[in-house]
Design a binder for this molecule. Structure first.
Ligand code: CP
Length: 321
């Protein structure tokens, strides 16, 4: 999947489809722009007029709590008009094709589509077919990418660790089916962390995992040793087409994050999870709710990071208020 489609000739963000192909400077610009929005949630008036007059459509063909809600909130705080399409009650159920749905919505003078879809490449496909003034943001496509999630994760890491250089990051769990892990790995390497480790049973690692710029490990003690950041992933059963594990309890015994296993990481390590969490499957409640957990901060940061990405794409397409 080419990433060039998401940049203007001047190298600015037009669409946001994948982290691949984006350089450190651009990723840092997203984080810095998000920083400027982060304090807004404390203000009495939580709105700025940056996207006044713009119309944003949330098109979620897959379930979502965090991504959809924070995209809607981000658009509202930027003063855009937001339309949430309910796909279950839309004409998709009557057999309308994805492109016909897009072209019909486009005729209502839309400026941005935020798309989540079960098929890898769906957002990219839409970006190839919309009018030149429209921006497409990928809110998660199949197993491929979840770039806004990765950027809010990078924001959270920078908030706590102040830097990326020298960090050891451990990503644990179902790497094979995780679009979040794929986007995080690309972002972490582009931002210059020291080490990205992926810890999982062999059945839950992609075949050519070493080519992704990570150290694959199958043992939690080894993988978590001296880690600065521990990112837990859920078992993505909706994408599993065969048996990958003996049982959930066996998975938790070997790869679930408990207080005892977390002691292997640095004492100031942060624990992250993109959500939704499955307590007692990949993470113990005492860790998810414990002092090192920043899981709910990730969700809060999602608003500022999505405001940044929406603003940057609209600015590069011109016509912002
Ligand atoms: N992290 C994430 O994508 O969560 P949702 O599926 O609830 O949007």
């Amino acid at each position: 999947m080419s990433s060039h489609i998401q940049l203007t000739d001047q190298g600015k963000l037009k669409h946001f489809l994948t982290i691949e192909g984006l350089n450190r400077e651009l990723l840092t610009e997203i984080l810095d722009t998000a920083e400027s929005f982060a304090g807004m949630s404390e203000h009495q008036v939580k709105k700025v007029p940056l996207l006044r007059g713009k119309t944003i459509v949330n098109l979620f063909f897959e379930n979502s709590t965090r991504t959809r809600a924070t995209f809607e909130l981000a658009a509202t705080r930027l003063s855009a008009d937001v339309m949430n399409m309910n796909i279950a009650t839309s004409s998709t159920a009557k057999g309308e094709s994805l492109l016909d749905t897009i072209h019909n919505l486009e005729s209502m003078h839309v400026d941005m589509f935020v798309v989540r879809h079960a098929l890898s490449g769906a957002a990219h496909f839409i970006a190839q077919h919309v009018a030149p003034h429209i921006s497409v943001i990928n809110a998660g496509d199949g197993q491929h990418a979840h770039p806004t999630q990765a950027m809010l994760d990078m924001f959270t890491i920078r908030q706590h660790k102040k830097r990326f250089e020298g960090l050891k990051v451990a990503i644990v769990g179902d790497i094979l089916h995780s679009r979040v892990a794929r986007s995080q790995i690309v972002a972490l390497n582009a931002l210059g962390v020291d080490e990205v480790r992926v810890i999982a049973p062999k059945t839950l690692l992609p075949a050519h995992v070493k080519t992704m710029g990570v150290i694959p490990l199958h043992d939690m003690d080894e993988g978590l040793s001296d880690a600065d950041v521990v990112i837990m992933l859920r078992l993505q059963k909706e994408r599993m087409n065969s048996a990958f594990l003996p049982s959930e309890s066996e998975f938790f015994r070997c790869f679930g994050l408990t207080e005892a296993k977390l002691k292997r990481a640095k004492s100031d390590a942060i624990v992250m999870h993109p959500g939704p969490i499955n307590r007692g499957v990949e993470i113990a409640s005492s860790v998810a709710d414990g002092p090192q957990s920043v899981i709910l901060q990730q969700v809060s940061n999602g608003v500022a990071v999505r405001m940044a990405i929406m603003t940057m794409t609209m600015r590069s397409l011109g016509g912002m208020a």
